[in-house]
Design a protein around this ligand. Sequence first.
Ligand code: NAD
Ligand code: ZN
Length: 256
Amino acid sequence: MNTDHNLEHVLTSARELLANARYCACLSGAGLSAESGIATFRDADSDGLWDNFNPMELASVEGFTRNPERVMKWYNARRTKLSEVQPNPGHLALAEQKNLLHITQNVDNLCARAGTDPEQLVQLHGTITEDHCLECGAREAIDTDKPKPLRICSQCNSGYMRPSVVWFGEMLPDAAWHRAEATCLALDVLLVVGTSASVYPAAGLIDVARNHGARVIHINPDGEDIPHEDMWLQGKSGDLLPKLLQGLTLSSPEVV
Ligand code: NAD
Ligand code: ZN
């Protein structure tokens, strides 16, 4: 357990590490949005969205095919909820870093709403602000405050439109994965925020960075699985990210 004194000490060391780093990047997960009121998997009970159904029924092509109506209703409830919440100081502190690549597992669009340039954002698991056709892939932007009910694609008149998030058993978008991986090969510091690092392949990016010489700084209230050689800032990202990043200008490598 970190005491306040310890936390101050680790914060100072982490700031020093970042200030001296040539190349940094951030990898975030559901914990970054927790203080905006969006449930993580682990404490999913708080808004009940994960309660009633097996995640496989809500987040897999098989589940969608079995009951597309139910899946769209569930995603549209998440969308409505998202339109009622705001980015928190953690999202805002990251958005101020205009040269930092932010790789996120979140699909909630809160990074973009906080002002992160789309060019600086890699959405490994897709986004809830888009649907695409299960058959032909045609895309359609979705307003989270006006989500569209289950419908057939207007391009091919055959497939159902589904949320553009990566479901269980699906590949990550190629371009997003390659950019994330190429970046992690070339880092001095990887900042890991609010992820349990248990969903692969995203979590593997932390090993890629560490195995290629990067130091890893974690921001998380819970650190039981954090390797000894990494740095751990124990606490909430909405509180710690502004303190960590204030006055620093971080840069990521350009990768092609
Ligand atoms: P996870 O639920 O497995 O882990 C969340 C982590 O955040 C935990 O380690 C927890 O200790 C930490 N945490 C909780 N509150 C925090 C806070 N205030 N500040 C910092 N850390 C905090 O989430 P994951 O690792 O992102 O992986 C789960 C998968 O769920 C991902 O694939 C993601 O796409 C999906 N998901 C996304 C959202 C979203 O878009 N907001 C929400 C739930 C799940
Ligand atoms: Zn179609």
